[in-house]
Ligand binder design. Structure first.
Ligand SMILES: Nc1ncnc2c1ncn2[C@@H]1O[C@H](COP(=O)(O)OP(=O)(O)OP(=O)(O)O)[C@@H](O)[C@H]1O
Length: 306
């Protein structure tokens, strides 16, 4: 169906704290946030630090409960779920977090990590754990022979690919990427973005993509919502928001963006960026080399373009 909405949030509010002996008022982190994610597309939530992006994402992922408002997934109200209904929700909405190393169990092999969501839901691993893991690793550009390795034996970009493989294991309706590429070196970042784009094209994945880096958002999102002080202040298609922003706040945010190199943007628009290789001139992420050996952890945190 054209333009089918996979997730819809309406009037989300989140208050933190408040009360106590001196009866402090709660802090409102998110105020009246509504959005829709069309199936097979990406909605990016952008904004400065503290604008409420992650809190909104965490409500969408059912990791924090909204103070008010509703969330629908494929037409079903999923705002307040408990027990088995919540477990079913977890197989439909997956999260890829910012720091791949802290979100992967350091004592578990890739095979244990990517099959964990299925085991948690007491679901059979189709075709057996080894083959299932190998297939997922290939889909995200990792060597299937490395399925017994631990997270620390991978680079930062490779570890994030494991996080993506884990998300894909349950065949989710929505993948929430919460600053999923922010911790990566900028060239590896480009390759992970290419991977996310390729997976979307191949499998019709729908993403809620949280980022403070507008250059990244421009490469991945079809739709953009700009947040400031807990509210969505501007929303539209990527081209509307980037090329014809209505709000002064958005213009200021865009003015602060380091321009992505013109040749990258031209190559991306022309579809000339090879998903396996990333942007022109990028260093190669060892994850794209099936034969790439073990690496000491290199979760490069530099190069964030805040
Ligand atoms: N658990 C919490 N308790 C109290 N305040 C919180 C909590 N989580 C977030 N906040 C506050 O809510 C506001 C929004 O935070 P949030 O993390 O959603 O913003 P953000 O746009 O994602 O920023 P960042 O990119 O820095 O994570 C901030 O002022 C933050 O301090």
């Amino acid at each position: 169906m054209v333009n089918e909405v996979v997730m819809r949030a309406h009037g989300l509010v989140k208050d933190f704290g408040g009360g106590g002996l001196v009866r402090r008022p709660p802090f409102r982190a998110v105020e009246d946030v509504s959005f829709e994610i069309p199936r097979g597309q990406t909605l990016a939530l952008v904004g400065e630090s503290g604008s409420g992006k992650s809190t909104t994402a965490r409500m969408a992922a059912h990791l924090v409960e909204p103070t008010a408002g509703t969330i629908e997934l494929e037409g079903e109200d999923v705002t307040r779920l408990r027990g088995p209904a919540l477990a079913r929700f977890r197989s439909r909405v997956q999260v890829v977090f910012q720091d791949p190393f802290s979100s992967l169990n350091p004592r578990h092999s890739v095979e244990q990590i990517v099959t964990a969501p299925l085991r948690y839901q007491r679901r059979r691993v189709p075709g057996g754990a080894r083959a299932f893991t190998g297939d997922l690793m290939e889909r995200v550009g990792l060597d299937p022979d490395h399925s017994r390795r631990l997270p620390r034996q991978f680079s930062g970009g490779q570890a994030q690919r494991i996080g993506i493989a884990r998300a894909l294991a349950v065949d989710p309706s929505v993948v929430i990427c919460d600053e999923a590429v922010s911790a990566l070196d900028v060239s590896v970042q480009a390759q992970v973005i290419e991977l996310l784009g390729r997976l979307q094209a191949e499998q019709g994945l729908s993403y809620l993509f949280i980022a403070h880096d507008l250059a990244v958002v421009r490469q991945i999102a079809q739709h953009v919502a700009v947040m400031s002080e807990g509210r969505i202040v501007e929303a539209g298609t990527r081209d509307q928001v980037f090329d014809d922003p209505r709000q002064e706040y958005t213009r200021t945010l865009l003015a602060a963006v380091p321009r992505i190199p013109a040749e990258w943007d031209a190559a991306r628009r022309a579809g000339a960026v090879d998903p396996g290789r990333g942007a022109p001139g990028a260093h190669e992420d060892p994850g794209t080399h099936p034969a790439g050996g073990a690496h000491t952890p290199a979760p490069a945190r530099a190069e964030e373009t805040a």
